[in-house]
Unconditional design. Sequence first.
Length: 91
Amino acid sequence: HVAVNLENEDEKDLKFLDWQQQAFDPLQQVLAHNCHLHRNTDSFIQEIFMTPPPLDSGRDIKTRMIQNERFLVKDMWPVSCQSRGVIQFVE
């Protein structure tokens, strides 16, 4: 998903990219083995790794988000919106 608060980007360009990603997403999923163009990847990563395990699992794993960044790489259209970050496992 394209965040509209990215610096130095024209809002019209971002809205058009957002529209393109939504339009091409079904085709992308078929051609690229369920790879999505329009997914909020950083939110999924936080949800998976930052959620504590169930109490009955016997695991006491703690994590913390050190870095999280969303950015555009225009030369990679239609997968221009990228996400990267670091999650640290704490014992």
